[in-house]
Design a protein around this ligand. Sequence first.
Ligand code: G
Ligand code: G
Ligand code: MN
Ligand code: NA
Length: 254
Amino acid sequence: ASLASCLHQAVEEQQLELHYQIQVDATGRAVGAEALLRWHRPNKGLVSPAIFIPVAEQSNLIVELGNWALETACQRLVAWSEDPVLSDLTLAVNISARQFREPEFTTQVLGILASTQAPPHRLKLELTESLLIGDTQDTIHKMHVLKDHGIAFSLDDFGTGYSSLSYLRQLPLNQLKIDRSFVNQAGQNSADAAIIETILALARTFGLETIAEGVENEEQRAFLAELGCDAYQGYLFGRPLPEAAFVQLVHQYA
Ligand code: G
Ligand code: G
Ligand code: MN
Ligand code: NA
């Protein structure tokens, strides 16, 4: 069977799982996590979202997968609120452009919040710049509706898309996420260092928080910290992990 048709059954047959990657602040304390989808395809092993998300995006399947990820993330936020070490963490969920463009998107998110009773101010939605090419008024409207309920927004892979920087003053964003391609050579390559400095300056101008992704070594972390980056995510702190292992890791960073 094709990837697309197997993916159709993945939600129903409970083949999907969320993994969680820790995010820490400049003092090294855990402040949040990013939820990342994993698909256990029968007899084929683990399929990367880099492969199946683009397939899902070719149809409305992305809406189903996206809602599953949101609902699962919200359920975990509720469960985590019982543990003082986990109760202050924010949880970031990736939203695909097609999912966001659905007329029902805000209704679905608010419905999931209501049914799970998850705390909205601990939910963060990660949008990509590709999403901003579409209908700007629709984007601004949807973001405001959700922001009014306490949900935060992070702009993922920042600096890699076709950015017209004008959206930074139009959209109610909370955070810019510096793409790992810039973080990778930050300490050595002066062009990447300049890009990072520029992103951090932009964020300051617009009152946005910053997080760097793909932080793999202490040199990168120290470089970013020197420039005033707020938060960090990457293999230096932990890989995306199944929930039990993630919870253990957070206790080490408490
Ligand atoms: O964790 P990993 O390297 O496998 O993720 C690969 C890509 O898949 C990343 O770009 C990530 O943003 C995307 N991705 C992971 N989970 C989700 C999800 O729940 N929804 C969407 N739209 N993208 C996701
Ligand atoms: O596009 P998005 O930022 O949502 O994707 C997150 C992806 O980045 C996941 O696939 C995750 O596995 C990957 N990732 C997380 N930390 C690191 C890291 O330190 N180095 C590299 N190379 N990839 C990372
Ligand atoms: Mn992301
Ligand atoms: Na990213």
